[in-house]
Every structure is written in C-alpha cells, then in structure tokens.
Write a protein that binds this ligand. Sequence first.
Ligand SMILES: Nc1ncnc2c1ncn2[C@@H]1O[C@H](COP(=O)(O)OP(=O)(O)OP(=O)(O)O)[C@@H](O)[C@H]1O
Length: 361
Amino acid sequence: MELKPWHIRQPLRIGAQLRSQPLFTILNSSVKFRLMEPLEKESPQNINERSGKGHMIRTKCPGCGKLKTEEERIEDGCLRAVTLEDGSKSFADLGLKDELLRGIEAFGLSEPSEIQQLAIPSLLQRDSMHIRHFSKSGKSLALAISALQLIDTTIPFFQVVILVAPHFKLEVLADEMQQLAAFMPDIKTLAISSPPNIRVVAEKMRAGPHHILIASPWKFRYFAETGGPMDSWEIQGLGMDFSKVKYVMFDDITEMAYSSVTGDERYRGFVKTIAENLNTDVNIVTTNCTTESEFEEALSAFRKCPRKVIAARATWYSETLPVYTLREEARRDHLMKGKSPGGYRFGNALPPDVKPEASNC
Ligand SMILES: Nc1ncnc2c1ncn2[C@@H]1O[C@H](COP(=O)(O)OP(=O)(O)OP(=O)(O)O)[C@@H](O)[C@H]1O
C-alpha cells in the first residue's frame, strides 16, 4: 500500500514502540489508541473563564497536562500547525459577486456563520480541504456559495460537483442553491436525486449545459462510469462531460459513509471508488468526520491529500494536517435552530417572541 502524506503523524503520542511505524500500519494492526487525549468534559474545575464573546474555556491540555485555553496551548507550543484566523465579518468582506450577494440577502442570510467565514476564502482559492464543524453550522451553504462564486459561465461544462446523501439533504441543498442563484441566471445547476424519473432528468439535461452537479455518490459514480444518467434511448446524446470539473465536494462524508441512514457498505464503496478515480488535478472538499479513524479511513482512499483542515476547534486533527480555526474573540455563537418560524439564527437565547418550554425536571 502506497503511503500518503497524512498517514504519517510525527510524533505520535502513543508508546515509543509504535512511534516509528507509519499510521496506516498502525491502523491495520488494530491497535486501539487515541492520538490526542479526549478533552475533559466541562466541569466547574476546568472552566475558569467565560467571556461574553465565544467561550474562553480552559481544559486539560493533552500536551502538558495543565488547564489552558486553545490560544494558550498554541502560544506555548502544545498545539502545532494551528493557524488562528480573524474571519470575515460580512459576506461582502468575502469578495463575493454582487449578484451572489443579492441572492444571499434575498435568501435571508445576514452574516456568515463561523465556518462560512473560515471556509469560503479557502474554497475560493480552490484548496483541497477537510471541513469539520458542528452540525447545522452552515457547512453546506459554505459549499453552495463558493461553488456559485467559482463558476465561469463561459465554460459550458460541469465545473463543480457536490455529492450529498441522503436524498432529502440533496433536495434541500438543491433548493437552497436555486434560491442563492436567483440573480445568476447564467449559472445552471443540475440536481439529480435518486431514484430519478428519466423524463424529468432528460428534460433537465436538455436545459443545459450545466455548471454544477448535485448528486448522490451512488449516482455520480454511475454517471462517471457510463457518461450519462441512465442507459436509456430518451437521453441518448445527452452525455455528461466531467472533464472540466475542478472541484468535487463531499457533503458530508460521515453521513455518506458512516451514518445509520446511508452508512452501509455500498455507500462506503461508492465514496471509495470515486475517491480512487478522481484525477489529481481535481480538488476535493470533504465535510465532517466524527472520529480520527473515520477521518483517516475516508481520506486514505483519495489520490490527492487535502492540504488543510478547517475546524471549529483547534484541538481537532491538529497533528495530521495544518488546522485553521477562528480566534476565540472572533467566534460567535453557533447557528442555533430557533423554535420560531424564523428557523435558524445565531445565538443561544430564544428570540423575544418565543417562550421557553416548560421543563419536566
Ligand atoms: N449564515 C447563515 N445565517 C443564517 N442561517 C444560515 C446561515 N448559513 C446557513 N444557515 C441555515 O442554517 C441551516 C443549516 O445550514 P447548513 O445545512 O448549511 O449546515 P450544515 O452544517 O451543512 O448542516 P449539517 O450538519 O446538516 O450538514 C440551514 O437551514 C441554512 O439555511
């Protein structure tokens, strides 16, 4: 097995006898280990500071054993290869096209979430990366917004592929993409959920050429292998050309390969086949893996190593790849699902019109 750069983490915080071994061998030998000590749960002892902005939480540092904030760990050299970013405060600061900014405004987004501030600039530079952030933190929309910004409408071919599973998430993303692109009529997105109605697909394909494909990994593997959405006379001559694709985004790879909804062996196999067959000039974005072993397993299939990890916390994967995270002062409360018809919003407090639910305790 050819070793890839992310297989080798030095130094590993495990027994000296394992230190010299490449990670892949270690994983295969089914040695149970954690590369980093788990963070201690929040307790009165290890939280000694909380500010109004973000959480200044001191937890036991896996490097030195003392109670430290992330910033203190970085300053003291306990976490290496971590870059703290200030983020961009507004969508306009991200340098997005005017039509896209209008779409974002019409969609109802007033400011970028933490992950959008962090990830969009890197996505716009077409970096290969892994994005890890909390559930419902705005990862999918970071991908959608970046895809719309990156499309060159003078190239009448697919340029960005976003792979999503399960299907209901695919449909939500396709709908969000359409709304965001409301003022970008020249950008055409083809979203195919499974099982596709062949007539509907044929109709959609005739409306092409398309620039963005949103599909399940299962469908995309089929399209890539056969050159079309189905072996049917109705869509003969309506082939799919992926030769100009420069970005393939797996949103989210955990859901595809590990969740109880989609995470059967077949899906894992589809992701693996796609990963192994993508050309190395195609940049890859993956979102969310919940454990380091899932991360290693998911990424080990790719021929191209992601260059960075964009994460909510610097303590995630800090010894594998360079990690980018927001400076604590720049952090804002996560996107929270509101209980009002307003849907998602920032902040921990309920909107003024919503009364807290009675507790059973
Ligand atoms: N900047 C923003 N401001 C307000 N709402 C937002 C913003 N970004 C995303 N949302 C909304 O938050 C919800 C979650 O966003 P999204 O699906 O992008 O998150 P995610 O991290 O991909 O979620 P998941 O964990 O399901 O993969 C969606 O309803 C989306 O419309």
